[in-house]
Design a protein around this ligand. Structure first.
Ligand code: G1P
Length: 290
């Protein structure tokens, strides 16, 4: 079986929910405590042994490319000033030479189309997809758990979590059977069903390990929910053809595509991290009293 070596990061979205912050800056550069969302996604992949990345970008996204490059002047200055910690933090945000590819989704035709834009680079091997709006924190990482499940099942695996029924129309929803130790066989996938039509309340949380056959379906450019080319629809076509499982994710997950979810992520990560924990607790205590 081929190892999962590559990740596709769809980052072409406009981030309209964060305007004006995202007027001149990609939404994936929004910061949770001290690093941009995109870096969490890359670090999640590295923790899963994935070291090659394709970013499917759009206009105004060049900051993403700069972020993962070496920053010669900055690094030289930090070195000169003896700022070892800051230098390390800067260098940690670098992707190995030749391991990051940037390609543009030239038209906003949907998530399925964005992933399809990476087809030639991925080739015929299994790959991960991460939507950086969703921040997940766990050990092993959410993507690491999917990779391990892929190695056990040999097929496609998506991470899912239960959501309130009223929210099914915001997600891809999975129907499953035979759940054992958090892993279940997928029997159906529907993109953004109305609550009354949803086959379950198990939502796909933007983490996938897929087999390259998904490109054979995406190649057809069929549109689905919202008139877009949906990744969920292409995945649904593989059920019965390929092993397809849903992994119930039990770690922390924040929906950073919404303002309140993003705020929650900042507070939660600050409360979780050893270096910011105590100060954040004290700060929140003061603010709540006021
Ligand atoms: C996308 C996917 C959806 C998934 C969601 C997770 O939707 O199409 O299946 O559940 O991400 O965040 P979007 O939020 O981009 O509309």
């Amino acid at each position: 079986m081929q190892r999962v070596r590559k990740a596709v990061l769809p980052v072409a979205g406009l981030g309209t929910r964060f305007l004006p912050a995202t007027k001149a800056m990609p939404k994936e550069m929004l910061t949770v405590v001290d690093r941009p969302l995109i870096q969490y996604a890359v670090e999640e992949c590295l923790a899963a042994g994935i070291e090659e990345f394709v970013f499917v970008t759009g206009r105004n996204k060049s900051a993403l490319e700069d972020h993962f490059d070496a920053a010669y002047e900055l690094e030289a200055t930090l070195q000169q000033r003896g700022k070892a910690r800051e230098l390390q933090q800067t260098q940690d945000a670098t992707i190995k030479p030749g391991n990051a590819i940037f390609t543009r989704q030239q038209r906003p035709l949907g998530l399925g189309h964005a992933v399809w834009c990476a087809r030639d680079w991925v080739g015929r091997e299994p790959f991960a997809v991460l939507l950086p709006d969703e921040l997940t924190i766990d050990t092993p990482s959410c993507t690491g758990q999917l990779v391990a499940a892929h190695e056990r099942t040999g097929g496609n695996v998506v991470a899912v979590m239960d959501v309130p029924r009223a929210q099914t129309s915001s997600y891809g929803i999975a129907a499953v059977k035979d759940e054992k130790d958090g892993l279940a066989a997928v029997t159906g996938l529907v993109e953004k069903p109305k609550p009354e039509a949803a086959p379950s309340t198990l939502a796909i949380i933007g983490r996938y390990v897929l087999t390259p056959e998904v490109f054979d379906h995406l190649d057809r450019h069929e549109t689905g929910a919202g008139g877009e080319i949906q990744l969920t629809d292409a995945m649904a076509k593989m059920i019965g053809q390929q092993p397809f499982h849903a992994l119930r994710y039990g770690g922390q997950r924040y929906d950073c595509g919404s303002r309140i979810g993003f705020l929650e992520a900042n507070v939660a990560v600050a409360l979780h991290r050893e270096d910011t924990k105590a100060d954040t607790r004290a700060l929140l205590g003061r603010l709540m009293k006021g």
